[in-house]
Design a protein around this ligand. Structure first.
Ligand code: UDP
Length: 342
């Protein structure tokens, strides 16, 4: 199996699950289109015969995620920072705003870029949607809940966020982004949808250096028999959604008119501790990596698990891929990848 086959298999799965939901002939602008989730969206949309304009400043996205699409007539890549204005001649039907760094390990290095992508970038995206009378999907985050005190967390929970903490740049700018979307919906009647994305993993996630989120880091460490770095005592929890489930959920949200003006959690509700995750990764990779304990980063949420009743009802969506199955696919992909650790 080759890297492309792992992605192709995932795209097929998404297309099958979307059934008659299709973006054929729609012109879709995807900001952050060269990123982990953005590039999966571009792939599925192109496969559905949509016209895709992929915008990315390649700050954390990778050209290699979309290089296979560059020759296609229905795909255009523009290297651009969405926090700066940009104008399009062709009519845009849907704006999907994903652009933003999202790894906690980058929050202290690039806080201003992160705030700009989610505030100015959302503002520019909304301006484009308004001008083109297009729909807009904003990808927000479970981080708007901060250290949630209600688990599983429903959309009605208003959050417990430290605005001046290390995560404030991400959490608060996503919160402003959500407020901006609702302001454009109320004042200009814009058709907006907000997805609160919970931890998502899978092929194309970056494992190198500071970009690494917990799953690619653990997989990389386990495959190289390096120590697995557990932050804190590892008893904090997360709920991990495989990328094909996430992309299906996002496209369903973008598609259903009944979700207009709504905010919807998209994630997998199976909660586990980081220690449990480390053990599963070790088992699947057959690794003898020792566990190595490091200090817990400040404001690291103690528990995270989505209540997805709203998505189930509104989008007729449920995640299908169990963690073990998703991890096996992810591990396979990382084995096929050559990546450098900075
Ligand atoms: N984590 C860890 N070791 C690592 C990286 C992350 O124990 O090498 C923990 C991190 O402290 C957090 C969880 O794994 O509790 C998930 O981290 P991630 O960076 O994926 O994103 P978060 O869910 O915190 O936004």
């Amino acid at each position: 199996m080759d890297k492309k086959d792992v992605i192709q298999e995932g795209i097929k799965e998404i297309l099958k699950n979307l059934k008659d939901i299709s973006f054929e002939d729609q012109t879709v602008l995807v900001t952050g289109g060269a990123g982990f989730l953005g590039s999966w969206l571009c792939d599925v949309l192109v496969e559905q015969n949509a016209k895709v304009i992929c915008l990315d400043n390649l700050a954390s996205g990778l050209e290699t995620n979309i290089s296979h699409l560059l020759d296609r007539e229905d795909f255009k890549f523009i290297k651009h920072d969405i926090s700066q204005p940009i104008y399009f001649d062709e009519k845009i039907d849907i704006v999907m705003h994903l652009a933003s760094r999202a790894s906690p390990l980058e929050f202290d290095k690039f806080p201003i870029q992160i705030i700009k992508a989610n505030t100015l970038g959302t503002w520019i995206s909304l301006g484009i949607a308004k001008k083109h009378k297009a729909k807009l999907l904003f990808t927000s985050t479970s981080e708007v809940y901060g250290d949630a005190q209600v688990i599983p967390t429903p959309e009605t929970y208003n959050g417990n966020v430290n605005p001046v903490g290390i995560r404030g740049c991400y959490d608060e700018s996503k919160r402003v982004g959500e407020a901006m979307c609702m302001a454009y919906a109320r004042q200009h009647g814009l058709d907006v949808k907000i997805a609160r994305i919970f931890n998502t993993y899978g092929p194309r996630m970056r494992a190198d250096g500071v970009y690494g989120r917990v799953i690619p880091r653990f997989v990389h460490q386990a495959l190289n028999n390096e120590p697995i770095t557990i932050f804190g005592d590892g008893k904090q929890t997360r709920s991990f959604c495989y990328v094909t489930d996430q992309i299906e959920g996002l496209l369903r949200l973008a598609w259903f008119d009944s979700a207009r003006g709504q905010v919807v959690n998209i994630g997998n509700p199976k909660e586990m501790t980081i220690l449990e995750l480390a053990e599963i990764v070790k088992e699947i990779t057959n690794s003898n990596s020792p566990l190595e304990f490091h200090p817990l980063p400040p404001d690291d949420p103690k528990r995270r698990c989505p209540d997805i009743s709203k998505a189930r009802k509104l989008l007729k969506w449920d995640p299908k891929i169990e963690l073990e199955e998703g991890l096996k696919k992810t591990i396979e992909w990382f084995k096929l990848m050559k990546f450098d650790k900075n």
